[in-house]
Write a protein that binds this ligand. Structure first.
Ligand code: SAH
Length: 249
């Protein structure tokens, strides 16, 4: 029988080999209450900035567990500079988009409120918790940022123009995704996916008038927003991101 996979946790704390430290409440709860780990159990901890560390649980506690930091097992590594901007969807679909965006290496995720965004409260704390869970599972050593929801017009007026904004345009007017992403490889990027109801005509016009916006087509079929998000991130990673050959350290 194979040994259970080593538990991997994000914890906002300093990780210094040879020291003991108290895990934050949520991580202590998960490790000791949910996963029922006892003294001596081995785990991997990352703090989003210093890489990953092999650690040992010294004193189990549901709120203040003490761990010993043994050694660094992986250095910090940032993901490519790609953001996902998406209009919040129904709960399950939003959960899916968040999880997949983290797995597909989005550096930052921004919920964007557009004209046709289904109303409903955006639970930022929940979004962030899901991003942490996905990062733990897919072995990222950075922590993907989930920003507070922002109105599309506000986001556009504060946009840093060196970051290309790829508009996923279901009207078919855009350039093929791979060609456009490849042409702009090397620039910081963001992909923008509309809500279930699509962008309004006014939004499309405003977006196309901006110098940093590039219209993108993901083919002749209308995709659901969550499919479009996964497809856009995957194509970008394959032609401009870290799915292509890169130097190993
Ligand atoms: N309600 C719209 C569809 C919206 S699909 C309609 O019926 O026409 C949700 C979002 O997914 C769109 O706003 C767009 O950003 C993206 N999308 C879906 N299909 C796409 C395609 N073929 N190319 C580019 N983007 C697409």
């Amino acid at each position: 029988m194979s040994a259970a996979a080593k538990i991997r946790l994000f914890a906002e704390m300093a990780l210094v080999p040879g020291t003991e430290a108290v895990l934050p409440g949520a991580a202590s709860h998960y490790l000791c209450t949910v996963m029922r780990q006892g003294a001596g159990s081995n785990l991997a901890v990352f703090n989003g900035r210093d890489g990953e560390y092999d650690c040992t649980l010294v004193t189990p506690h549901k709120k203040n567990a003490v761990i010993r930091v043994n050694r660094q097992t992986r250095p910090f590594e940032a993901v490519p500079d790609l953001w996902l901007l998406f209009a919040p969807l129904k709960k399950d679909c939003t959960d899916f988009v968040l999880q997949k965006a983290v797995e597909l290496g989005a550096a930052k995720i921004i919920p964007v409120l557009t004209a046709n965004t289904a109303s409903g409260t955006v639970r930022l704390d929940r979004y962030q918790a899901q991003a942490v869970e996905a990062a733990e599972q897919c072995r990222r050593v950075d922590l993907p940022g989930v920003a507070a929801p922002c109105r599309l017009d506000e986001l556009l007026s504060g946009w840093e123009p060196s970051r290309r904004l790829f508009l996923m345009d279901e009207t078919g007017k855009g350039a093929p995704a791979a060609t456009a992403f490849q042409a702009e490889a090397g620039h910081p990027a963001a992909v923008l996916v509309g809500p279930e109801g699509g962008f309004s005509a006014g939004e499309i016009d405003r977006l196309y008038a901006l110098p940093f916006v590039r219209g993108i087509s993901l083919g002749p079929r209308i995709l659901r927003a969550e499919t479009a998000a996964v497809a856009a991130l995957s194509v970008w990673q394959s032609v401009a991101g870290d799915w292509i050959t890169r130097e190993k350290n």
